[in-house]
Design a binder for this molecule. Structure first.
Ligand SMILES: *Cc1c(COP(=O)(O)O)cnc(C)c1O
Length: 223
């Protein structure tokens, strides 16, 4: 199956899941995760009108997106991978949304760059819902304080929360934890759900699903 067909299939499935969950049609944003794929592989999705894409590495995105953005300037780019503070300048310049704000240092770096570049990105705080030591994200325990810090000390436009559940566990409890933290902090948006579990995530309230391999096919190398 080609990318256009697969993208259509995912869009249909999202529509069904929205309906089943009693949610408005079109209330879920599909982020097509194009990491590891080159510009020629991504272009068909743009040609059929898709405009929201996710990448997990700043350097890789810088290599392929400028030419695509020239062709399709109304595209919205989401950074969904960990951000190092020395890459924050480039990230703020290229991306429209960052999903991986997870520590004070990176929050400060983003604040500084948004001011310098006069850009206002939408931001998500990444929560390590499984409290996995190797995984990015603020711990569940520190989440409320960190969200308050981002808002009150830095006046950052935090729109919602993001999580990547442990890959060998049922994701539902993690989606639920994320939704609970968002609700008690008055945050509307939830970035959760990937190729294997986006329908479930939509039932749990996802506003953004991040779907890669179900659209672009299997990645040749790990991202
Ligand atoms: C790669 C990636 C995805 C997409 O994963 P698939 O299983 O290919 O859909 C989603 N979120 C993040 C943070 C990723 O790095």
């Amino acid at each position: 199956m080609g990318i256009k067909t697969q993208l259509g299939q995912v869009q249909d499935d999202i529509g069904k899941a929205e309906k089943e969950a009693g949610r408005d049609e079109g209330s879920v944003t599909l982020i097509a995760v194009s990491k590891t794929f080159d510009a020629d592989h991504i272009r068909p999705a743009l040609q059929v009108g898709h405009r929201v894409f996710g990448e997990n590495r700043v350097q890789e995105a810088k290599g392929k997106w400028p030419e695509l953005l020239e062709e399709f300037p109304d595209t919205q780019l989401h950074l969904i991978g960990p951000l190092q503070s020395n890459k924050s300048k480039e990230a703020v310049a290229l991306f429209d949304v960052i999903h991986t704000v997870d520590r004070p240092k990176i929050a400060r770096a983003i604040r500084l760059e948004m001011e310098k570049q006069n850009r206002n990105l939408d931001l998500f705080v990444q929560i390590n819902t499984g409290d996995e030591p190797q995984k990015a994200g603020i711990s569940v325990q520190d989440a409320d304080d960190f969200i308050a810090f981002c808002r009150n000390e830095l006046a950052l436009p935090i729109k919602g929360l993001m999580c990547i559940p442990p890959f060998d566990e049922d994701p539902s409890p993690h989606f639920k934890i994320l939704a609970e933290i968002a609700a008690r902090n008055d945050l509307e948006e939830l970035s959760m759900g990937m190729s294997g579990d986006y329908q479930e995530a939509i039932k749990a309230g996802a506003s953004h699903v991040r779907v890669g391999s179900a659209i672009f096919g299997k990645r040749d190398y790990p991202a």
